[in-house]
Design a protein around this ligand. Structure first.
Ligand code: GDP
Ligand code: MG
Length: 316
């Protein structure tokens, strides 16, 4: 069948509840986190056009009347060259295990790369059913250009399905959602209906700060930034958050602060506004910038970063 819109779907019985674990995998920047947010209709993962925006596994749960899908967003698959990058790839490997379904995401506006061929061998090699998701179709005109690409991917292996989407514009998401549910086993909900993520609010806060920095800086700065929340104090009408932005060099610190503190101020305002909308509280946000040379190679620092993101605790 060559017309992507008309591919028949296995029928989803609506009387039997289905549930399962689904990982979203792919190269950096293909739109994995955008897709997680779109499918869960939430703001769980930060998004930017810089590689390695996502550094940890991010869970997002979608509960529907007839199904519950537990998604896992992952760091992009890449060659690990630092201790930090090795940790990220360990997370990717963990996300391949004990899954009901894998989504492998690629870009519609780029040819199939050697790295993707390698990934696809790895993904299909797990034996877990996989859907190939071709994202960013909004960048392809005319749409008929998609057909040879879909065919090329189809020849690379035995995908359960190949589905073109635009995560950004919401195109094809209903079809993708139905295809996912159709391939989940029958089973009960793992989480209560209003449960959305395992991420603590303070990790989300640190991530939002990092996202604003990624949007406003370039080149090596995004890679060198880590954010930790140091203080989280709830008062009846105000949430006080203090966070430290770590960079690796003095020059990067100067960039993040900006002339007259302008850039840091922009970061703070944008992050605070989004946190207020997300947490539904008035927020007082205080930001500090510190140099921590070679933190990406520092196991003690990485453990602290990991500990804080996993348990949501910070030094107070
Ligand atoms: N045009 C277009 N851009 C997209 C789409 N999905 C994601 N993007 C952009 O691609 C970039 C990377 O997105 P992100 O979700 O962070 O990718 P990830 O690294 O795979 O998680 C961001 O600038 C997104 O806005 C899409 O469907 N169409
Ligand atoms: Mg991401």
């Amino acid at each position: 069948m060559s017309e992507p819109e008309t591919t028949a779907l296995p029928e989803t019985p609506t009387d039997r509840f289905r549930s399962g674990f689904v990982s979203i995998l792919g190269r950096p920047n293909v739109g994995k986190s955008t897709l997680l947010n779109a499918l869960t209709r939430a703001r769980l993962a930060i998004v930017s056009d810089k590689p390695q925006t996502t550094r940890t596994l991010i869970q997002g749960v979608l509960t529907l009347p007839h199904a519950q899908i537990v998604f896992l967003d992952t760091p992009g698959i890449h060659k690990p060259d630092t201790v930090f990058n090795q940790r990220m790839m360990e997370a990717v490997r963990a996300a391949l295990k004990e899954r009901d379904l894998l989504l492998y995401l690629v870009e519609a506006n780029a040819p199939v790369s050697d790295e993707e061929r390698e990934d696809i061998r790895m993904v299909l090699g797990t034996g877990t059913p996989a859907i190939l998701v071709i994202n960013k179709i909004d960048l392809v005109r005319p749409k008929s250009k998609l057909l040879p690409l879909i065919d090329e991917y189809r020849q690379l292996g035995d995908f359960a399905e190949l589905i073109p989407i635009s995560a950004l514009q919401g195109d094809g998401l209903d079809r993708l959602q139905d295809a996912i549910i159709a391939r989940l086993p029958e089973g009960p909900a793992y989480f209560p209906p209003d449960y959305l993520t395992d991420q603590p609010e303070r990790f989300l806060a640190a991530e939002l700060i990092r996202e604003k920095i990624l949007h406003l800086t370039r080149q090596e700065v995004p890679h060198a930034v880590a954010v930790m929340v140091d203080r989280w104090e709830e008062t009846p009408n105000l949430l006080r958050i203090s966070a430290t932005i770590f960079v690796e060099k003095e020059g990067q610190k100067a960039i993040v602060i900006g002339a007259g503190g302008q850039l840091l101020k922009k970061v703070g305002t944008a992050a605070r506004q989004e946190m207020e909308a997300l947490f539904g509280r008035k927020i007082f946000l205080e930001l500090f910038v510190k140099v921590r040379p070679r933190w990406r190679e520092d196991p003690a620092f990485l453990a602290e970063l990991d500990w804080r993101s996993a348990f949501g605790k910070g030094a107070t």
